[in-house]
Design a protein around this ligand. Structure first.
Ligand SMILES: [Ca+2]
Ligand SMILES: [Ca+2]
Ligand SMILES: [Ca+2]
Length: 243
């Protein structure tokens, strides 16, 4: 018969050894420990297919709108403002944002074609008439609340010198919004979806003195808009104030 103290000591040693064994909850068991092989990686894992943390840029407006996470995408077309056909405004304010320039007055609302710039929707558009002597030229769009989608149509950018129009926002995103070396009257679209960050300010910068270009159809989603639904409801463009 074993000594009781020996039995107690043996039990303690076994307990300590067991406690030192790797626990299944701590890490996956190795093959030698009788574990199972790791599952093969999904070549198209859902987290990458639908990763809401990704940032996407677009040059096609339809693709941008189809990819929008918010159910409705407000769009400002500048149709309700008074058109003066002059670059006599320091800033242009609409329902959800204000456009300003670093060298005012350089902005105006136009309802007719000028220098081959024109509306991409309706008849009115916002003209940016850059100073002939100062570069860089900075146009800023400040929203009333944080957004995470931004789209914009340009007309006639890039026919007056060799400098792309650079997009940046207050979340630190940086991209090319419009390219130079385009013919007079050309149209370019830029869109960005930044589901992981939100921003209130968009800045457009370029280094071409004297460029004139048009802006129309600024589309956006507020960050607190109804989120992306995996069972996609069709997106719908709405003008601010519409039901
Ligand atoms: Ca318009
Ligand atoms: Ca032109
Ligand atoms: Ca131009």
């Amino acid at each position: 018969m074993l000594n009781p103290m020996f039995r107690i000591g043996s039990c303690l040693v076994i307990a300590v050894l067991v406690s030192l064994q790797p626990q299944a909850g701590d890490r996956p068991l190795t093959e030698a420990e009788g574990g199972l092989p790791a599952p093969a990686e999904d070549p198209r894992p859902p987290i990458k297919r639908f990763d809401p943390k990704s940032t996407f840029t677009f040059t096609d407006q339809d693709a941008f709108l189809a990819a929008a996470w918010c159910v409705t995408v407000p769009m400002e077309s500048f149709e309700d403002l008074q058109a003066t056909n002059q670059s006599d405004q320091d800033s242009i304010s609409v329902t959800d944002f204000t456009v300003t320039t670093d060298n005012p007055p350089r902005l105006g609302i136009w309802d007719r074609r000028f220098q081959d710039a024109s509306a991409s929707d309706g008849t009115q558009w916002l003209g940016v008439n850059e100073n002939q002597l100062l570069v860089p030229q900075i146009t800023t769009i400040t929203f009333a609340a944080p957004i995470n989608h931004f789209g914009i149509n340009f007309s006639d950018y890039g026919d007056f010198g060799g400098s792309n129009l650079i997009y940046s926002d207050s979340a630190g995103n940086l991209a090319t919004a419009a390219f130079s070396g385009r013919p007079s009257g050309n149209r370019q679209f830029f869109g960005i979806i930044t589901r992981h960050t939100q921003f209130v300010t968009v800045t457009l910068v370029h280094f071409v003195a004297g460029e004139f270009y048009g802006i129309d159809e600024i589309s956006y989603c507020f960050a607190d808009s109804p989120p992306y639904d995996p069972i996609r409801r069709p997106t719908k463009r709405l003008r601010p104030g519409e039901p």
